[in-house]
Design a protein around this ligand. Structure first.
Ligand SMILES: C[S@@+](CC[C@H](N)C(=O)[O-])C[C@H]1O[C@@H](n2cnc3c(N)ncnc32)[C@H](O)[C@@H]1O
Length: 426
């Protein structure tokens, strides 16, 4: 029983548990979207997925017996591992299935189209400036700098860094490309060679971001040797930030740098979002309101959004604004026309004014009459975005230090309320 229920083995092999998971996410794994991609912190609290699955599993007599022998906590841990595993597999499948034009559209959406530079391209350019400055400085003292790009895609993040180096400097770097998408890795390597790098300077690792620290080949070759780790819009792609950041720390040498940017907002905290009343602080990922001597707990499957900037970053947008922006994005990302997005924004403002919760999944159902363009993913396409404080805490817990000042903080880098840049030292 233990073997059957634990970790990876559990997945796909135990039909009961599989179907229990489906009860909470009613779409096949082969679809792009999956609620289990959401950060495990949010799934435990706001989404209550752990409790729901536990209740379903405990209806089974065999599982009840198992719990008697091993304890409830162990069952909860196994469920958490299973959710994480499912989230990762869903992503793997999603990216693996991308072909030709899809790659161009989804992964390279960061490429400037005409004169309009999309926010992700601004963020990659910003990271390019910061990282290339650092590499130039390091190369004054070191013969070689090893750089790891985590979730490199087809090169949207690494190329703006390397293209800022001189031909001489380009000869002195080695690049580790990490991603799960084969096609993206191949394209990134080709583009780097076009910038003058030799094949020998490029190391490709087709692995999961959550497995960096566990990959023998990667760690035995490069563990403790990487001077700079970079990442753009990728770290949220595993629900397991703990393993991810621990793995990155293993890769970096002591005093090595970690520069990255990502999407940040509080909208995935729970299925139903409530605006915090004025004068209250929001704690515990939206689950608790605090004012002087009073604390209020959010109802089940609800989370609060603060009427204050997101914690953990400078110049951060207000939580409400960030959530409003990302949810409205999804309307168009799901293939619905602009006017549906406008309708959502009106709905959001009206509900917040009335003090009613925003239930985005319910709102999506009102879009049923609108036919999304063929080939687009229909519903429930979630990602693992969190707020900046979640990254700041994960970095601190894994022993990362601030580059400047006393604490690590993110920084908003574009006009968008959603994109933040972080830097830390191993
Ligand atoms: C939004 S793209 C960003 C690519 C690139 N950094 C850029 O800015 O153009 C996210 C990348 O993360 C990769 N990815 C998603 N989940 C992953 C996982 N669990 N492990 C490794 N890579 C993953 C995807 O294949 C994709 O290339």
């Amino acid at each position: 029983m233990h073997q059957k229920i634990s970790g990876r083995i559990l997945f796909g092999e135990d039909a009961r548990i599989e179907s229990a998971l489906y009860l909470t996410a009613k779409y096949p794994l082969s679809r792009a979207g999956d609620v289990s991609k959401i950060s495990i912190e949010y799934l435990k609290r706001g989404w209550e997925i752990l409790n729901k699955i536990e209740r379903i599993l405990l209806k089974d007599e065999g599982i009840r017996k198992w719990v008697k022998a091993h304890g409830r906590e162990q069952l909860r841990q196994i469920i958490a591992n299973a959710i994480i595993e499912r989230g990762i597999r869903a992503y793997e499948k999603e990216w693996e299935e991308l072909k030709g034009k899809d790659i161009e559209r989804v992964v390279r959406s960061a490429k400037a189209k005409g004169k309009i530079v999309p926010p992700p391209a601004i963020a990659n350019n910003y990271l390019g400036q910061q990282a290339s400055k650092l590499i130039k400085k390091l190369l004054q003292e070191e013969k070689e700098v090893i750089i790891a790009d985590l979730g490199c895609g087809s090169g949207g993040t690494i190329l703006p860094i390397i293209s800022r180096l001189s031909p001489e400097e380009r000869k002195k770097v080695r690049i580790i490309l990490i991603d799960i998408m084969k096609k993206g890795l191949e394209e990134a390597a080709e583009e780097l060679q076009r910038l003058g790098l030799s094949q020998k300077q490029i190391h490709i690792f087709r692995i999961n971001l959550a497995d960096i620290g566990k990959n023998r080949k990667l760690i035995s070759t490069f563990g403790g040797k990487v001077t700079l780790a970079v990442s753009g819009a990728a770290l949220h792609h595993t629900p397991d930030l703990k393993s991810e950041f621990a793995g990155i720390k293993k890769l970096l040498k002591k005093g090595g740098y970690f520069l990255f940017w990502d999407w940040m907002h509080p909208a995935w905290r729970a299925p139903r979002l409530l605006a915090a009343p004025l004068g209250y602080r929001v704690e515990e990922h939206g689950k608790i309101l605090v004012a002087r001597r009073k604390t209020i707990e959010a109802p089940k499957e609800h989370a609060y959004l603060a009427r204050a900037p997101m914690k953990g970053a400078k110049k951060a947008a207000h939580e409400l604004d960030a959530a409003r922006e990302i949810l409205s994005y999804w309307i168009t990302l799901l293939g619905y026309p602009e006017k549906e997005k406008e309708r959502f924004l009106r709905f959001f403002d009206k509900e917040i004014k009335k003090g009613e919760p925003i239930d985005f999944l319910e709102f999506l159902k009102t879009l049923v009459g609108v036919k999304p363009p063929a080939g687009e993913t229909p519903f429930y396409f979630w990602e693992g975005h969190t707020t900046p404080d979640v990254y700041v805490n994960a970095l601190a817990k894994n022993g990362f230090k601030p580059l400047r000042g006393k604490r690590i903080t993110g920084r908003r880098i574009t006009h968008s309320p959603l994109l933040y840049f972080f830097q830390a030292m191993a």
